[in-house]
Design a protein around this ligand. Sequence first.
Ligand code: HEC
Length: 170
Amino acid sequence: MRRDRPTGHPNAEPRMAGRPSGRLATTIFAAALACAVVSLAASGIARADDAPADAKPYVVQNGRVDHHVFNGYRRYGDNCLRCHGPDGAGSSYAPALVDSLKHMTKEQFEDTVINGRVDVNTANQNVMPPFGLNPDVVENLDDIYGYLKARSDGVLGRGRPKKIGDDDDN
Ligand code: HEC
């Protein structure tokens, strides 16, 4: 029994004939859309490259931090500390991010935090959860990175950082 012929109204046949060009138009539209997305992405990369290559992703002066680094410290405490330990120093469960950032690029860091990771090469089943749907992390990822990079570079000690301009007893 043949099931591949359209059933129903006899007019179904002629209308079908018009479809391929519709599909072509859809393909062209999709291609144009893809080009637009690619050029958008490219302009985003170009903008990020405007910063000098040696610019630090944080502001720390005499061990004191600006509000971005302080915000990163707080968000780290809220979202990462329970596994990665205080001050990015690591725990028995998760690696010391202070060490990780000595060899990871910012892109690798962001990719790991957004998408998460399971280490399939080790016997343990420790999991880095994906944070891509967590706005508290995603919207503050630059600040979290800046805080951890300052710790990793050794310009910021352990504990709650003091803010630039605050009194000493603050
Ligand atoms: C539930 C525990 C848990 C939480 C919460 C967590 N992580 Fe992780 N993370 C891990 C584990 C475990 C690994 C190691 C995974 C592996 O090697 O496969 C890891 C790996 C990483 C790595 C890769 C380190 C390397 O040396 O390769 C980065 C970067 C990272 N985490 C950043 C973060 C940040 C930033 C946060 C907070 C936004 C966070 N993690 C929150 C458990 C966690």
